[in-house]
Ligand binder design. Structure first.
Ligand code: MN
Length: 271
């Protein structure tokens, strides 16, 4: 069964970003439970910045699942990426992502590589950047495997990366990697910009999708834009997707309203 999740950002430097809840882990988890979400996706400043015991207690108390953990603070806070021309920075990027995998893995939760993929340009050719990306993904996919969790790789829209923008291109690329432990994070906002057909892309590569960012056409909560979610939920059911659809949306008009619109839409399309 497809499960619902809501994002919680714990990175002051990411203010203005598309996350539903902010800063306060206990109250955000309480809200998620109250509204009926199955799980939470967290975006921490670093693994050390999250009190693991407190978080574990919150999950148990509210019977919430830990859906996914973002690594984007590595880029936002520390300017790291897997395709930086400096080998020391690429190594630090891999170490940062490993530290997130080490936090999430024991929960059975996957880490997400989004903005940490970086981009090509300047003296770095696309081929070179993709080679570096492959080195990182192969190492990190194998690393996540020790916890029996996949690594999630998220293709982004053209304004955020110039490596892989569509689900189809990403699926073809992932098949060339040594690590077979990498799943696609399909984000409906990026797909709305890049895909010819969102539901067709899901049908074509459904068995490689491991997580979904559930959002509307304008990066607001599902229900606050003009995306047609029905063919999308139909396609996800058709391919047998049974993981999380997680609200990665702006807190517009505020966190609670965005969360409520998400869960209302979730129930409409997935229940
Ligand atoms: Mn996303």
């Amino acid at each position: 069964m497809i499960k619902s999740s809501v994002t919680i950002a714990l990175v002051p430097e990411a203010k203005g970003g598309p996350f539903v809840y902010w800063d306060d882990l206990p109250s955000s988890c309480a809200k998620a439970k109250e509204l009926g979400f199955d799980g939470v996706e967290i975006f921490p400043r670093s693994p050390e910045s999250v009190d693991k015991n407190q978080f574990q207690d919150l999950l148990s108390k509210h019977k919430l699942q830990f859906a996914a953990m973002g690594t984007g603070a590595g880029m936002v806070v520390h300017r790291l990426s897997l395709t930086n021309p400096d080998i020391e920075i690429r190594k630090k990027a891999i170490d940062f992502i490993k530290s997130i995998i080490d936090f999430a893995g024991p929960f059975g939760t996957p880490a997400i590589i989004g903005s940490m993929q970086g981009r090509h340009g300047g003296d770095t050719s696309k081929e070179q950047a993709i080679d570096w990306l492959s080195v990182g993904l192969n190492e990190l996919g194998a690393y996540a495997n020790q916890y029996k969790t996949p690594l999630l790789y998220e293709p982004l829209n053209r304004y955020e990366t110039n490596l892989f923008n569509t689900i189809g291109d990403t699926a073809e690329y992932l098949k060339t990697l040594e690590s077979k432990n990498i799943k696609i994070l399909a984000d409906l906002f990026h797909m709305n910009i890049e895909e010819q057909s969102i539901h067709q892309a899901i049908q074509n590569s459904g068995n490689m999708i491991g997580h979904l960012h559930f959002v509307d056409s304008n990066r607001q909560a599902a229900g606050f834009g003009h995306m047609n979610h029905k063919p999308i939920s139909d396609a996800l059911n058709e391919v047998g997707f049974d993981q999380f659809v997680s609200a990665e949306a702006f807190p517009i008009p505020n966190s609670d309203e965005a969360a409520k619109s998400t869960i209302t839409s979730f129930k409409k399309y997935f229940r």
